[in-house]
Ligand binder design. Structure first.
Ligand SMILES: N[C@@H](CCC(=O)N[C@@H](CS)C(=O)NCC(=O)O)C(=O)O
Length: 205
């Protein structure tokens, strides 16, 4: 294989954080866009748990956790504080985010209670982002795709919350060239396709 392979799904926040690291580092991969309800056998063979993102290195090593992909690409060793933020995001915030967005998928879940619970993380994040020095670019990239999902669920409500630092942090990430690159659209991958290189240096036209 000429380049590492990245199995990705455009709208998945875990895949976004992996792609952000790839864009930041100009790390070249062959991108295979996956449709979750129609996962390719090649993905399942590389990583039977079947989640995205998955990075398969040239030597056959499979990295099947988004944070580990970031660590590999960025050569990033997280500080204890960074580990706590990622853990809080991936466990506490994601738990409430899923229930806020899709209350009907769970039993006895009240979406507004879930929104309130998720908000306590965002309030703490707002404080932390406002401190100097602020969080690293890598940590920021690991977190903002999840906050984006939360914000998009009820943008009007989100926009009037007193989280000025979160608002400006999220906007600047979403408006960045790096994120535009990260969100380039690809057709569902099929074996017969020519390899699609994820070229971090282009910008979506
Ligand atoms: N802990 C994993 C979670 C990845 C994950 O759950 N991705 C979702 C898409 S956003 C997925 O693949 N879901 C399919 C499934 O769980 O079957 C990571 O950080 O990479």
């Amino acid at each position: 294989m000429a380049f590492p392979l990245l199995y990705s799904f455009r709208r998945c926040p875990y895949a976004m954080r992996a792609r952000m690291s790839i864009v930041r580092k100009e790390f070249q991969v062959e991108l295979r866009e996956v449709v979750l309800r129609d996962r390719p056998i090649q993905l399942m063979q590389a990583s039977p748990k079947g989640t995205v993102p998955v990075l398969v290195l040239e030597n056959g090593t499979v990295i099947e956790e988004s944070l580990e992909i970031m660590q590999h690409v960025l050569d990033w060793t997280l500080s204890e504080e960074e580990k706590r933020w990622v853990k809080r995001n991936d466990e506490e915030f994601k738990f409430h985010l899923d229930r806020y967005k899709y209350p009907n998928r769970y039993q006895s879940v009240d979406e507004l209670e879930q929104r309130t619970a998720a908000s306590s993380y965002l309030l703490d994040l707002d404080t932390r982002i406002g401190e100097i020095p602020s969080i690293s670019e890598s940590l920021s990239d690991a977190l903002f795709p999840f906050v984006r999902q939360f914000a998009n669920h009820d943008r009007k409500w989100f926009d009037v919350q007193p989280w000025a630092n979160v608002h400006s942090w999220l906007s600047s990430n979403l408006e960045s060239e790096a994120f535009t690159t990260c969100m380039k659209k690809f057709k569902q991958w099929e074996v017969a396709h020519e390899p699609v290189l994820f070229e971090p240096t282009w910008v979506e036209s």
